[in-house]
Design a protein around this ligand. Structure first.
Ligand code: RFL
Ligand code: PHB
Length: 390
């Protein structure tokens, strides 16, 4: 088999990339280890920056998004019985975010890819990469019990944090920046009306977050230990803790049937550079941010925009001037996003190691944001998303 761009992974990064390239007449094959049902059912992110929404419009895949997603103007932070109420469009020139589940984005992108007749193989697991430093790299993969080899002009490693692409780069060619936070997030989906606004809470018992998926589905999170045992969290305990930490009684935060529960680690990770020879890493394969800034999916979309823009002249007329700056261009945005996600995480969580001094600094920071339009603008500007390529 042969193609121009071999894409490993049908998450947001791989799917957006394939559609961006197809629009320019560049052919690709996507290999996805899991089944279609599995990737379409994976519950993850929910906040789309304006730039990600714009990208879906440009690709002609925004119809359902515009019908079913909800705009989110407001970002609330509750702490010590107080409220910081930020109106994002008011703070940052009309910009806002949209709430639309990542699995809905993935469904829309898969449908568009298949409708256009593009190659997308499910249950096709990449096992090894060959000759990534040379001119004819290849991916060895397994599909329906058989081994295959896909020869490419370039390979896009869009295979997430646990994929194989990053591991194919010699260790001495990569610098790894890794920071594991001493807590995790317990996330649930519930059949109950959500809080009206996106609400983050800093509480002495730990952080909580109230988001939503629809007017009838709430998406709620609680800070927990990194290896929390879900068996210790019967529904009643989850609700009790949410009411306390969000300072919202049942009249404000109604309880409902919990139909999904999961624990996710909280981590910052960057592998640099994001390119080695003809292998390009994009999305979670290259970097992870703590979910507190709601940035992972958006960063994946931003990476592949830069990648597609660079690959088009390279594959059409062997002009590598843009693509050779791929990593450098992406990492500017990545580090600013790592910084913001780290800031929000540090601002809102309870750290087991906190001294009384550090707790007071945290509360002073919240008090400062509460009283300063400038500080609120900084938060809102980052939350709605920095300009592309910035
Ligand atoms: P993905 O989505 O992990 O997709 C990678 C795909 O590669 C496949 N794969 C392979 N395929 C073939 N061969 C192999 N050897 C393979 N190895 C792996 C996998 O099966 C998978 O389908 O990475 P991608 O595309 O880079 O997208 C990144 C995002 O998924 C991630 O950053 C976000 O979900 C992070 N995130 C959030 N991001 C936001 O922008 N806004 C949010 O509100 C937000 N909230 C979250 C989040 C992540 C969370 N969890 C569970 C980690 C909330 C949570 C709880
Ligand atoms: C979500 O809706 O899943 C969500 C919202 C905000 C975050 C993380 C996740 O910071």
């Amino acid at each position: 088999m042969r193609t121009q761009v071999g894409i490993i992974g049908a998450g947001p990064a791989g799917l957006f990339l394939a559609l961006l390239l197809a629009r320019e007449g560049i052919e690709s094959v996507i290999l996805e280890a899991r089944s279609r049902e599995y990737v379409e059912g994976r519950v993850r992110a929910g906040v789309l920056e304006q730039g990600t929404v714009d990208l879906m419009h440009q690709l002609g895949v925004a119809d359902r998004l515009m019908r079913e997603s909800m705009t989110d103007r407001i970002l609330d932070i509750r702490f010590e019985g107080r409220l910081i109420h930020m109106d994002m469009p008011d703070l940052v020139n009309g910009r806002e975010v949209r709430i639309y589940g990542q699995q809905e984005v993935v469904k829309d992108l898969i449908a568009a890819r298949l409708a256009a007749g593009g190659e997308l193989l499910f249950e096709a697991e990449a096992m090894a990469l060959e000759d990534i430093a040379g001119a004819r790299p290849a991916i060895r993969f397994q599909h329906k019990g058989e081994e295959h080899r896909l020869e490419c002009d370039v390979i896009a490693g869009c295979d997430g944090f646990h994929g194989i692409a990053r591991l194919a780069i010699p260790a001495d060619a990569l610098t790894i920046y890794d920071h594991i936070f001493p807590f995790g997030w317990l996330g649930i989906l519930s059949e109950s009306p959500p809080l009206a606004d996106m609400t983050y809470a800093n509480h002495a018992r730990g952080y909580a977050l109230a988001s939503r998926r629809s007017p009838r589905i709430a998406r709620l999170y609680l800070q927990c230990t990194p290896d929390e045992d879900l068996a210790q969290w019967p529904d009643a305990r989850i609700w009790e803790e949410l009411h306390i930490r969000l300072n919202a009684d049942t009249s404000e935060l109604a309880e409902g049937r919990i139909f999904q529960k999961g624990v996710t680690p909280v981590r910052s990770f960057v592998a640099a550079p994001m390119q080695y020879g003809r292998l390009f890493l994009a999305g979670d394969a290259a970097h992870i941010v703590p979910p507190t800034g709601a940035k992972g999916l958006n960063l994946a979309a931003a990476d592949v925009r830069v990648l597609a823009r660079g690959l088009v002249p390279f594959l059409r007329k062997n002009d590598g001037s843009l693509v050779e700056r791929y990593s450098q261009t992406c990492l500017q945005r990545v580090w600013k996003t790592v910084r913001f996600s780290n800031y929000m995480t540090t601002l809102l969580h309870r750290f087991p190691t906190h001294t009384p001094f550090e707790r007071q600094i945290q509360l002073a920071e919240l008090d400062y944001i509460a009283g300063s339009r400038a500080a609120q603008t900084v938060v809102a500007e980052n939350y709605v998303g920095l300009p592309m390529d910035g």
